[in-house]
Design a protein around this ligand. Structure first.
Ligand code: FES
Length: 135
């Protein structure tokens, strides 16, 4: 193999590697920022946790929580560090990842790492006993 062949081969390998890496990374970013629009029936057993302040449920990649003051909030449920499903900690008004301990505020902003990117925040709208979660 001469120098020209070597450079062509390694250049193609590097290009293929970067394309694969970008493809995976880009897909993850797209999934995290995907638009959402769903409703939760607060009378359904699966959503019973939302009847009480401090409760939360995970649905369609979103963690929906009822704060200590009774407001509904929603953010992407996958930690931006490595994707672990986060928990809502009503007593501390925050979300926390059980894997490596990243902490996010109720708007999804990073309070402490290792996560460095905010969680996508979603809007909520209550109509009777139906809670709509949307982008
Ligand atoms: S996966 Fe959440 S802090 Fe690492």
């Amino acid at each position: 193999m001469d120098r020209k062949e070597f450079l062509a081969l390694t250049g193609m390998s590097l290009g293929a590697f970067m394309l694969a890496t970008c493809g995976i990374g880009c897909k993850k970013d797209d999934e995290e920022s995907a638009s959402k629009n769903f409703t939760l029936d607060l009378n359904a057993a699966a959503n019973a946790a939302l009847k009480n302040n401090g409760g939360s449920v995970v649905n369609d990649g979103v963690i929906v929580a009822r704060t200590n003051t009774g407001n509904f909030i929603a953010v992407a449920s996958a930690c931006t560090h490595q994707g672990t499903t986060i928990n809502y900690e009503a007593a501390n008004n925050r979300f926390r990842c059980p894997n490596h301990g990243a902490v996010f505020n109720e708007s999804g902003g990073v309070v402490s790492g290792p996560a460095s990117r905010a969680l996508t925040q979603y809007k909520t709208e209550l109509n009777g006993s139906t809670l709509r979660v949307f982008s």
